[in-house]
Design a protein around this ligand. Structure first.
Ligand code: 1HE
Length: 264
């Protein structure tokens, strides 16, 4: 048995409007057991009602070593299917929820750890982060949504290469492959993710909801369907009282201007 402890596998705290959620099974490199994924699920539900944005990070040397292989080795085929579907349900609540999720990545971001990170909207890696999909070497396949989410981020050819060769990818390579949006110095990923999340938390709720829930769907539509759906979401968000207040604030010079990155 690998999972006999009763200590919480997930830490949860509020930083202003942002929920900071930590994977906390460092002795097993945050490997995700059945109990662990349920604890992640409860933290996700809590954040959805309490926070305006969330940051997910890993305690210890690594973000997450993926599926708890010691537990998985004893599963029947149908138990494996139910387990995978449960990961899909919980990670889907991150991918298509009311609040934006930011992951702060360091050390190993491996297998199911990469699948978890791929369900968030924004990934911040520090320079120690490395990414791998060793499922082929373990005799298994991705089961936490990776064949859909990770493949769409980096492309099928790169994911196929990672799974066939067991290749590890460093943070800079991951950024150039679109697996992460930010790379920061070692030890600074949580701070950066919190800063980004705090910024996103100040957006209009309806705008964030539309970004999170409409953009991925529209990207899978035809050109014409995407533009058609966009018009309705655009009009629906722009005619809300919140949009009117924010537009008026800008026109009355009470809202900050867009910054020039060259001057920052
Ligand atoms: C684990 C796991 C795990 C570590 N399940 N126990 N994931 C993998 O194939 C990755 C396997 N892990 C590793 O390659 C390495 O552990 C790491 C590179 C992540 C970290 O190395 P290191 O040197 O810091 O730690 P360690 O000494 O290898 O591991 C420390 C302990 O964590 C050790 O247990 P101990 O009792 O001997 O102390 C390890 O056995 C344990 N541990 N990773 C169980 N994954 C929904 S489908 C998703 C499919 C997948 O995720 S496949 C990828 C699985």
């Amino acid at each position: 048995m690998t999972d006999t402890s009763t200590a919480a596998f997930v830490t949860y705290e509020m930083r202003g409007d942002v929920a900071l959620i930590g994977l906390n099974r460092p002795d097993k490199r945050n490997a995700i057991s059945d109990r662990f994924v349920e604890e992640i699920g409860r933290a996700v539900e809590r954040a959805r009602t309490q926070a305006k944005a969330a940051v997910l990070h890993g305690h210890g040397k690594h973000f997450c070593a993926g599926l708890d292989l010691a537990e998985h080795v004893r599963k029947s085929p149908i138990e494996g299917v139910h387990g995978s579907r449960r990961w899909h349900e919980i990670f889907g609540r991150i991918e298509f929820g009311p609040i934006p999720w930011f992951t702060a990545l360091h050390g190993a971001v491996v297998g199911g750890g990469l699948e978890l990170a791929a369900s968030a909207q924004v990934r911040v890696a520090d320079e120690t982060a490395f990414f791998a999909l060793p499922e082929g070497q373990r005799g298994i396949f991705v089961g936490g949504g990776g064949s859909v989410r990770a493949a769409r981020l980096m492309g099928v050819a790169r994911m196929t290469d990672m799974m066939l060769t067991g290749r590890s990818v460093d943070a800079r390579q991951a950024e150039s492959w679109n697996l992460v949006q930010y790379v920061v110095p070692a030890g600074q990923a949580v701070e950066k993710a919190l800063e980004l999340a705090a910024r996103a938390a100040t957006n209009a709720e309806l705008s964030n909801y539309s970004v999170i829930n409409a953009l991925p769907r529209i990207s899978e539509m035809s050109h014409a369907d995407g533009l058609f759906v966009e018009s309705f979401i655009s009009s629906f968000t722009a005619t809300s009282p919140e949009a009117e207040a924010r537009l008026t604030a800008f026109l009355e010079k009470r809202a900050p201007k867009v910054t020039d990155p060259g001057l920052a």
